[in-house]
Design a protein around this ligand. Structure first.
Ligand code: NAD
Ligand code: 0WE
Length: 261
């Protein structure tokens, strides 16, 4: 079977086998998609090449999204092997580590605010622009976001406004590309222990909190997110665009979230 049979997917943001993008790759491969990967720096190349091989792919391209050049070079590279593709997965975020703790107002800087928005939000639109001429009809683009866009989650700080910007970017891109039958959506995942989360102090207690409070009484996995990404990439979601899908074990839905008695 396989809901992605005959589709080609470009996946940006694999840094380890704990990355959300790795879970997405695993599920999309299982559903029959052909995959291509981008990695941020030369340093990650051997690792990503190893993962690509696991998933029957030999397409690994460097893409540093902090410059227009880095993005356009990557798509020029991709063009030498793929003339077209169907799915683009953006799983990239960054803010300076010093700005992800303590008081938001005291820690946020002009430079950090700019970096967070550029890397975590603008890059999705910039990638879509470069990809556009290669996208097949009924293509599906997606990105990864977090509840900190809507709620003031402690320490998430400048990443909150950056994710709010990313979610708005999803809606504008969906309106823009809809007439060409290209869909754009976001997945809002619950906390998962990845490299991006490893450096965050108090992350373990966040995972514990979610596990004990959220409706499903468990944390989500990269496979939970990957399966939703496979659905969004497939024609099963053909009627959906401009949406943010919550893969959070029911956390966002809750209020009065304290221990009674
Ligand atoms: P990760 O560290 O595995 O992935 C982050 C990726 O971003 C890495 O591959 C890194 O190379 C890439 N990246 C950062 N700066 C870049 C740049 N300048 N150019 C190119 N690539 C760059 O962590 P993850 O948790 O898998 O994060 C993936 C996405 O999921 C992010 O958008 C993150 O905000 C989002 N997300 C994570 C969680 C979580 O709890 N882990 C929850 C919800 C959403
Ligand atoms: O989006 C994220 C993580 C994004 C992230 C993480 C880092 C750590 C290393 C962006 N930039 C950096 N920069 C670094 O130097 N998540 C949704 C995971 C996450 O991060 C948090 C969270 C959650 C959840 C930070 C504080 C509070 C909660």
């Amino acid at each position: 079977m396989g809901i992605l049979k005959g589709k080609k997917a470009l996946i940006a943001g694999v840094a380890s086998n704990r990355s959300i993008a790795y879970g997405v790759a695993k599920c999309m491969h299982r559903e029959g998609a052909q995959l291509a990967f981008t990695y941020q720096t030369e340093k990650l190349k051997p690792r990503v090449e190893k993962y690509a091989k696991e998933f029957g792919s030999n397409i690994c391209i460097e893409m540093e999204v902090s410059s227009d050049d880095g993005i356009s070079k990557a798509f020029a590279d991709l063009k030498s092997t793929w003339s077209d593709f169907d799915i683009m997965v953006h799983s990239i975020a960054f803010a300076p580590t010093e700005e992800l703790k303590g008081s938001f107002i005291e820690s946020v800087t002009r430079e950090g605010f700019k970096t967070a928005h550029e890397i975590s939000s603008y890059s999705f639109a910039a990638m879509a622009r470069e990809a556009k001429s290669m996208l097949n009809q009924h293509a599906s683009l997606m990105t990864m976001t977090y509840l900190g866009s809507m709620r003031s989650v402690p320490n998430y700080n400048v990443m909150g406004p950056a994710k709010a910007s990313l979610e708005s970017t999803v809606r504008f891109m969906a309106a823009d590309l809809g007439p060409e039958s290209i869909r754009v959506n976001g997945i809002s995942a619950g906390p998962i222990k990845t490299l991006a989360a490893a450096g965050v102090s108090g992350f373990r207690s966040m995972l514990k909190h979610v596990e004990s409070k959220t409706s499903l009484r468990r944390n989500v996995t990269i496979e939970d997110v990957g399966n939703t990404a496979a659905f969004l990439g497939s024609d099963l979601s053909a009627g959906m665009t401009g949406e943010i899908l919550y893969v959070d074990a029911g956390y966002r839905n809750l209020g009065m979230n304290f221990d009674m008695e």
